[in-house]
Every structure is written in structure tokens, then in C-alpha cells.
Ligand binder design. Sequence first.
Ligand code: T5A
Length: 214
Amino acid sequence: MSDCSKEAQGFFITLEGIEGAGKSTAVPVLAETARQLGYEVEVTREPGGGELGERLRKIFLDPGLMLDADEELLLLYAGRLDHIRKRILPALVAGKVLICDRFEDSTFAYQGGGRHVSLDRIDALSRWAGVKCRPDLTFWLDVSPEVGAYRIGFRDPDRLERESPDFFRRAREVFGQRMNADPGRFCRIDAEAPLEEIRVRLQVELQNRLPGRT
Ligand code: T5A
């Protein structure tokens, strides 16, 4: 049960991983599986999800802008608060399965690992902002920066996608650390496996982890 609020009866799922891991590909698989099991499902993403977050996303990903790590963090948490209040919490209170493409683990991985902001500092900001939403289940689609970059290599890179392989290596490391610190929440998926294999694994894991319908 998510601890977003005492009335939250829903189930909060996040997908995490570096660029090209296959999160967007996995979202419809999870949504379809949960629907087939009889759940009402809502899909969202970060940065974005709410009206403010979607506007900030455009700024955040704009390759024409130079933002430092603190500016990134403040943009992310402004959007996240709006997202939690207006989308995440209402969906969970309504008892839905809420699937979010990236959430707070990405901040620790990208701004913490990638940009070298201390993880304690991010934790302090999260507490200051009053973020109490913790995912019930996080799929970490784990891919090497080389394979991830190859998969997205044919599109025009956004601001973050222009970062070096070392940036994504550090981000990947932090995802791993967070999984080790909270193994019950995380499910690591070998995202270099064939798509069909990943699809089946996601379906099985979700079926096993969703609470039973009463
Ligand atoms: N960010 C975000 C932060 O810095 N801090 C934060 O706190 C948050 C929340 C978001 C950016 O913001 C950063 C992280 C990101 O840089 P985004 O556009 O949402 O930007 O970026 P991503 O979430 O990384 O989206 P991507 O499209 O890059 O990656 P996905 O969604 O993981 O990958 P997907 O599914 O689009 O797949 C990419 C390609 O690979 C193929 C797919 O068909 C597709 O062509 N593919 C596979 N091919 C072979 N085998 C497989 N197993 C495959 N899986 C997928």
C-alpha cells in the first residue's frame, strides 16, 4: 500500500532506468496487464504528468538552455508537487493502479549520480517539499549506456541525452544503490534481453505483485 495518504487504496508503480532502457515500451504492457486483471489504470510520467510539470518538462529538456543541478532540482520538485497533488494522489485515493514513467529515483540517479549533487541534499529537498509518495513497486530496466544510446541514437537528442556515457554510468550506479537499499520495492529487469522476454517478465512480475482483488 502506498503511503501517499491514509486514504490511498491504489497501487503506485514506477519505471526507472537510463535513456533507451525501454520504459516507454514497457508502460503499455504493464497497463494492459493490470487492466486485464480488473484494475482501473492511469498512466503518467515525470518530468510532467500535471499541467505545471508538462510545461516545465519543455524547459527541462530544451537543449538550448543551460541549467545547473540546483536549477534542475527546483524545476523537478515544483512539477512533482503539482503532479502528486493533482494526479498521483487523486488516482491512488480512487483505488487505481497508477503507472509513472520515471519518478523520484530518477532525481537521485541523474541529479545525484549524474550531476554529483549529494544524495543527502536531494533527500533533504524531498523532505522539505513534503514528498511522502513512495512507489509500491519500481521496475528498474537496467541497460548499459552503450546499448541505451544505440537505441535512441537516431533521434534529435534533448538536453539530458547530450550527456556523456560517464554521466549515465553514474546514474545507473545510483539506481543500483537504491535497489540494494530497498530491495522489496524494486524489480530489476535485464533490459538488454529480447523485447518478448521482457514483456513476459513484466507480466509475470506484475501479476505476482499486485494485491488481490476482493
Ligand atoms: N530526468 C527525469 C532527470 O534528470 N531527473 C528526474 O528527476 C526525472 C524524473 C526525461 C529526461 O529527464 C531526466 C531523465 C531523462 O533524461 P524522457 O524523454 O522521458 O526524458 O526520457 P526517457 O525516459 O529516458 O525516454 P527514452 O525514450 O529515452 O527511453 P525509454 O522510454 O526507456 O526507451 P523506449 O521505450 O523509448 O525505447 C527506446 C528504443 O529502444 C527500443 C524501442 O523500440 C525504442 O526504439 N527498445 C528495444 N530494442 C531492442 N530490445 C529491447 N529490449 C528494447 N526495448 C526498447
